[in-house]
Design a protein around this ligand. Structure first.
Ligand SMILES: O=C(O)CCC(=O)C(=O)O
Length: 278
């Protein structure tokens, strides 16, 4: 339970063993200098069709009973630092009533800041609140495109959570709303302070839990990408617990694909929704 499966702020992205691509061409040039020896050895075997792209990301597979995730460092530190700074300037977080949620009829302040961006007119309803997507900013588009290039998946919406320090957190929940495309992974990009992230199987929750399955604990590093593939969000809840020792901020972006025709129907249901997490 106390073992973390991944982390690794300082991992090097010099591996060529996974055929996925990232758009960080400039960054890669710098890395190529840093990895001269390996590059020279591999030069002859390289597939020329990959040349125009940056090198592939070394993914780590994380699997358990009904849980299927992939984890990688998408951005190295310098680029991740820049993206964090740009997001701090660009992202406008919800305030007032929009920064509250309902849980079993009671209204609570969200213990973090939130914002939603995406394609024009899209909405996403969770925790009893309907969120309208603001138009993509340049930095969000850049990050979204990097995720698409490295996963092959298209996303039309992003939920942004900003945790000012380790007191800010997110309660246990599943991202299983009806308006999400069930075939699309949720792609979670983390920038800033590394934080623990915990998955718990739905059958192990509550006093009358029916099974004994260990939680899966990860540490999400600065610049990392966690892909939660189906059916993970059917069987596993996830949370970002309080960590009092964490003193610096973190921004998390979960890229999602919303089914556009369901968005309309969901609007009508929102008033009746019951909320499951803060
Ligand atoms: O900040 C995180 O890593 C958690 C985000 C999350 O669980 C969500 O957006 O549903």
């Amino acid at each position: 339970m106390d073992k973390f499966l991944v982390g690794g702020q300082n991992k090097r992205l010099c591996s060529n063993d996974v055929p996925r691509r990232s758009p960080r061409t400039k960054k890669i040039k710098m890395e190529e200098h840093e990895c001269v020896e390996e590059e020279e050895q591999e030069e002859e075997e390289r597939d020329p069709s990959f040349e125009e792209f940056s090198h592939p990301i070394p993914w780590q597979k994380i699997e358990a009973d009904g849980l299927d995730c992939d984890y990688a460092l998408l951005f190295l530190k310098e680029e991740a630092d820049n993206l964090f700074r740009q997001l701090e300037e660009e992202v406008v977080y919800s305030t007032g009533e929009e920064a509250k949620v309902q849980v079993f009829g009671k209204v609570y302040n969200i213990p973090r800041k939130q914002a939603t961006y995406g394609n024009t007119g899209l909405t996403y309803t969770y925790s009893g609140v309907r969120r309208l997507a603001s138009p993509w900013t340049p930095t969000l588009e850049y990050i979204r495109n990097a995720v698409t290039d490295s996963t092959g998946q298209q996303f039309n919406f992003v939920l942004i959570n900003r945790y000012k320090d380790g007191q800010d957190h997110m309660g246990e929940h599943r991202d299983d709303e009806k308006e999400l495309d069930p075939s699309c992974p949720i792609a979670s990009v983390s920038l800033g302070a590394a934080r623990d992230f915990i998955f718990r199987h739905r059958d192990t929750r509550g006093k009358r839990s029916s099974r004994q399955i260990d939680p899966v604990k990860l540490e999400l590093a600065h610049g990392s990408l966690l892909l939660m593939n189906p059916p993970t969000n059917t069987f596993w809840y996830h949370s970002l617990p309080v960590r009092k020792k964490v003193l610096s901020p973190r921004i998390n972006l979960t890229f999602r694909r919303i089914l556009e025709d369901i968005t309309e129907q969901t609007t009508l249901r929102v008033a009746a929704q019951v909320v499951s997490y803060v």
